[in-house]
Ligand binder design. Sequence first.
Ligand code: OSB
Ligand code: MG
Length: 363
Amino acid sequence: MPYVSRFETSFGVETVKQALIVTVKKDDVSAYGECVAMSGPWYCEETIDSAYYILKQLLIPQLFQRDFDTPQRFLEATDGIRGNNMAVATVEMALWDLMGKISGKPLSELLGGHKPEVEVGVSVGIQPSIGDLVETVTSYVHDGYKRIKLKIKPGYDVEPVRAIRRAYPEMLLQVDANSAFSLEDFHTLKQLDAFNLLLIEQPLAHDDILDHAKLQKQLSTPLCLDESIHTPQDARKALEIDACRVINIKPGRVRGLQRSKEIHDLCMRNGIPVWCGGMLETGIGRAFSVALASLPGFTLPSDISASKRYFKQDIITKEFELTSNGTLEVPKEPGIGIEVDKQRLDACTTSKELFTSSQFPGH
Ligand code: OSB
Ligand code: MG
């Protein structure tokens, strides 16, 4: 699916969404999951193809081994698979949708979320010029977004922030470097302290927490970790050494919704705000994010924008739209609570593979 505008980060440019969607069918119920891995290993090690391999070889066969009555049982059964969190999350999340649809409960309720709507913002890619950036941000402000996140990289860091702060002195503003800086850039990062930012997301290496702790000591702006947090244990260690004061939870990155909830609970116990990150998902992935963000510890606006910020046409029948409060409504229907536009999904589908119990003897 082509994006309505190119999305540039410190690790590259995205112009089309390549999504891996799974449908899990049980009796007459269809549940969905979206794999958020990207086409290449630029954000993390996983890719759509690596996830496809893990799904086909290890995860889908598991589904035909026995009936998993909860996503947690599935997590336990696949615990021996190291890493590959995005692949595992794809099925784990589909099982949450399935459980919701079978029990008639919305996903937000299953997860323990009570907010009827969630506060969201928009993540703004690196722009060709400061003028373009101001124009782009202005159009999002007019759309009603109440929080802006600027992607930054070395050489495109302090000036864009200064320009947006000047144009919007009161705006909730944060930045995301996607691991593009090192401690040697301390002088640059320190300058960001002057702009009253909500947080600085993942300035240092994707696999680091120690240098982030050193940096946090010298900054007054909270650091937020994204890439470095894959498990509740990672989150505990990061908090223990004060490597960050905010955590971005992306269910795909942390193996699904159960672990997302555990990280949320840990952060709440420690007074650490969380928000839900995004991977430029289709409406299916977005529905999961909105349900997760309805939990009480999600006190900062999430990277979950309206469908039309990403695509001309989404693959769900009722697109996510921004309310006048700068929020998205949490679906109240069972499971993910949205309906997949099957015609539209078919039209976007480049290949598909069907797995049935007859292929898995011993069922
Ligand atoms: O680091 O948060 C990130 C998109 C792809 C990969 C990494 C990131 C992002 C975003 C987009 O910032 C957020 C969204 O989905 O709107
Ligand atoms: Mg990020």
